[in-house]
Design a binder for this molecule. Structure first.
Ligand code: SF4
Length: 352
């Protein structure tokens, strides 16, 4: 069997994984051991499964793989310790993930697609266009690679699907990945961020174990949201808000509303008032994200001045909306969606 013909066991949901292993593994307790090596310890070679007999490890390796994507670049850590990773997939696609230490917590931001067809105009991944869905092994591989490299205790880990791609357009693989993550991490420490794919939000609402939901809103009215997030034409803003109203609310958990602040476009006092009105009646907190400028994006898109950011935040607070500002986490390392891969693509185009 060639390397590409071997099934990657990390791509299989639990039941199928046990069935696939059952065909060659016995006694049954060995299956449990293998699943534990994978989902709890995140190993990427069968040789690391040291409590299995050598012959069994060889038999597994002849039939299956448990490989992860390869890291091909790490940025130097930013002042806040955050670090970006560029991974190469088996088919040559490149994706990125971010490590963000935050005192007693560490967040890892994962990609879900090798590009994105949603086309938000403020996003470098959107600028470079569509890419295929990532497999569960490619998503969980980003997580374990970074967690191992920094030896972060699992109880400190948080995961956000906020990297390249729209996770709710890769729903089946996302759910398989979430189930693997939940072996180590409670659902309330996992966040899925969407551009507002309403059927996906409804599917997420029906999961027995729901992650936190984050929704990228970015404009307080339909006209401007359509301009910078064309997906609004398919899933109108009012319908999106209605889907958030029916999303099950759990104790101590609120929906995060992401709002990229663009100077002179959506950052005025009146915009904050309109946003507060739009969100009225929802249990949400706003995460205001001052725009990260990038040469691939329209030159009119600028990061607001600190004073405008403060004014916008104050207005939201005065209107009863909880808000945090993602000031500059990883700004130096191009932490916004797709910027490192964008640099990589631009570099390879320039050398052609
Ligand atoms: S912001 Fe997210 S959904 Fe929008 S284009 Fe970028 S990756 Fe896609």
């Amino acid at each position: 069997m060639t390397k590409s013909e071997r099934v990657n066991l990390y791509d299989l949901p639990q039941k199928q994984l046990e069935e696939a292993l059952g065909a060659i593994v016995s006694p049954p307790f060995r299956i449990k051991q293998i699943v534990e090596w994978m989902h709890v310890h995140g190993v990427d070679t069968f040789d690391a499964m040291t409590n299995l007999p050598k012959e069994l490890r060889a038999a597994l390796a002849a039939r299956f793989t448990i490989a992860f994507p390869q890291v091909i670049e790490r940025t130097t850590p930013a002042a806040d310790g955050s670090r970006k990773y560029l991974f190469q997939l088996a088919d040559g696609n490149r994706i990125e993930a971010v490590y963000m230490p935050m005192g007693d917590r560490t967040s890892v931001c994962l990609s879900s697609q090798a590009g994105c067809a949603v086309g938000c105009t403020f996003c470098v991944t959107g600028f470079f266009g569509a890419g295929r869905n990532l497999t569960p092994s490619e998503m969980i591989g980003q997580f374990f690679t970074i967690q191992h490299e920094h030896a972060v205790p699992m109880e400190m880990m948080n995961v956000v699907f906020m990297g390249m791609g729209e996770p709710l357009l890769n729903f089946e693989h996302l759910v398989t990945t979430l189930d693997m993550l939940y072996r180590n991490i409670a659902p309330k420490r996992v966040t899925v961020s969407t551009a507002g794919i309403i059927p996906g939000i409804d599917d997420l609402a029906n999961l027995p174990r729901r992650p936190n939901l984050a929704v990228s809103i970015n404009a307080p009215d339909r006209r401007r949201r359509e301009e910078i997030m064309p997906i609004t034409k398919k899933y109108p803003l009012d319908d999106l808000i209605a889907s958030l109203k029916r999303y099950p609310s759990e104790k101590g958990r609120e929906i995060t509303i992401e709002y990229v602040l663009l100077s002179g476009y959506n950052d005025s006092h009146l915009d904050a008032v309109a946003l507060a009105r739009l969100l009225h009646g929802l249990r949400v907190k706003v995460n205001a994200i001052p725009f990260n400028e990038d040469p691939n994006l329209p030159p009119w898109m600028k990061r607001p001045k600190e004073g405008s950011i403060d004014r916008f935040v104050d207005t939201l607070v005065r209107n009863g909306v909880a808000v945090t500002v993602r000031r500059s986490k990883g700004r130096e390392i191009a932490a916004a969606c797709g910027q490192l891969r964008g640099k990589d693509v631009a570099k390879s185009r320039a050398t052609r």
